[in-house]
Design a protein around this ligand. Structure first.
Ligand SMILES: Cc1cc2nc3c(=O)[nH]c(=O)nc-3n(C[C@H](O)[C@H](O)[C@H](O)COP(=O)(O)OP(=O)(O)OC[C@H]3O[C@@H](n4cnc5c(N)ncnc54)[C@H](O)[C@@H]3O)c2cc1C
Length: 394
């Protein structure tokens, strides 16, 4: 059995490629892209195309579809490495890698043959998932017995969808979407919703506002708007009315991937704190020689290592559920990593003193990025409640 605590040769080779991509393509451009006022201009197709060229974009596709078939553990390592360069780049790839993984399990053979070859070939092929809507966010995590507002009426050969989703990562950039809509009126969303495959160019489907975010700016988030949008029965993922089973069955590693993205930011903050502590002299010696600072740098290391172990265990067990998958692993690793990243962000800023508050030193961007996953992929409090529901169901 593979040992999840020792990196194998394949993983090492993949991570070297990703680290080179980050160094050459992401790090030199991240600050400038982040500073654009218009959120759409913070996104870079050039970075996506380069990620395609080195095989990152399609790496979770199996060899049959032209990818590497990376498992969830390796994918989490890649997502963390990308996050060290920039959170937004990590997120746009994490969403695409995750949804490609899901599509290979949840789509039927006809749907896979229709979607995956085009996605694999397109250097700009991106994927998105639309669940959150203005009235329903924590409601679907817990879940609360209300229906989704975005709903579909049965028609000849398919469904007519009306409504909107918001906050959707890659919302304005994706070529394919998995969208969760209410198909059975009068039932709670957990019992009466359906997962639909939606193509970008489908009539009746448009992109609304692109959200202007505080951080994670190299990723775009947008509204998805459905106005009498006809989706054929052939685009139903799984069974009609069974959307929550698609969520429960095919998304086990989603939370850990989110944790890996923000853990990358924590790593970048930690490195920045160390670098500064080595060069900044106060009290007659570099900060790193002051015990209080040294201890704090070690505490940061502990938080990062412990979060990574949790993420890796969740990813490995998501792929080997027979060895003891536990559903709290689908809720808690991201909460732990994002809390760690937030703590490390404030400590890194403190170690930089006033310099940490000045934009030119780059800590400020990382602090804004570190805040993203306190809420993204579920607000942490909501995820603690979700885990508690699994723990105390009886
Ligand atoms: C950067 C970013 C990217 C995102 N990407 C996507 C995406 O790609 N796809 C997608 O579908 N969604 C996405 N989301 C949505 C995300 O997953 C969250 O669900 C959403 O941000 C929650 O936002 P809200 O303001 O509606 O929170 P609310 O649900 O309104 O919660 C507000 C507060 O109330 C608390 N609360 C809610 N219910 C309860 C309760 N029953 N008991 C006690 N406390 C409760 C919450 O914990 C929170 O503190 C994204 C969000 C962000 C910020």
């Amino acid at each position: 059995m593979e040992n999840i605590f020792i990196m194998n040769a394949d993983q090492r080779a993949i991570l070297e490629t990703v680290a080179r991509f980050v160094k050459e393509e992401v790090t030199p451009r991240a600050a400038e892209l982040d500073a654009n006022q218009d959120p759409e201009r913070s996104f870079s197709w050039q970075i996506v195309e380069k990620a395609h060229a080195v095989g990152i974009r399609t790496m979770t596709l199996s060899e049959q579809w032209g990818g590497l078939g990376t498992d969830s553990l390796t994918t989490a390592m890649v997502i963390e490495e990308l996050g060290k360069g920039d959170l937004g780049v990590s997120v746009i790839m994490a969403q695409t890698l995750k949804i490609a993984q899901i599509m290979q399990k949840a789509l039927n053979a006809e749907q896979q043959a229709r979607v995956l070859p085009g996605f694999a070939k397109d250097p700009r092929g991106m994927l998105a998932i639309g669940i959150t809507e203005p009235d329903n966010a924590s409601n679907y995590f817990l879940p609360y017995p209300t229906p989704f507002r975005t709903s579909a009426e049965k028609a000849e050969g398919g469904w007519v969808v009306n409504g909107m989703k918001h906050f959707i990562s890659n919302g304005n950039r994706a070529s394919y979407y998995l969208v969760f809509v209410q198909t059975e009126k009068g039932k709670p969303m957990a019992e009466g919703s359906t997962c639909l495959l939606v193509e970008r160019d489908r009539p009746g489907f448009t992109i609304g506002r692109v959200h202007d975010k505080m951080g994670e700016r190299l990723a775009n988030n947008a509204e998805l708007i459905f106005q009498d949008c006809f989706i054929p029965d052939a685009n139903v993922v799984g069974k009609a009315g069974d959307g929550f089973n698609v969520l429960a069955e095919f998304f086990p590693q989603s939370n850990a991937y989110a944790g890996a993205s923000v853990l990358g930011v924590a790593g970048a903050l930690h490195q920045k704190a160390i670098d500064w502590a080595k060069v900044r002299v106060q009290g007659g010696k570099p900060l790193i020689e002051h015990d209080g600072i040294r201890a704090q740098l070690a505490e940061m290391r502990m938080l990062i290592d412990a979060s990574r172990s949790y993420i890796h265990r969740a990813c490995w067990l998501a792929d080997h559920q027979e060895h003891g998958w536990d559903r709290t692993l689908g809720a808690l690793p991201k909460a732990m990593a994002s809390q760690a990243a937030w703590k490390i962000a404030t400590w890194c800023m403190e170690i930089h003193g006033g310099h940490g508050y000045m934009k030119e030193f780059g800590v400020e961007k990382l602090v804004r990025d570190a805040a993203a996953f306190l809420h993204s992929d579920g607000v942490n409090r909501t995820l603690f409640l979700k885990a508690a529901n699994f723990m105390f169901r009886d």
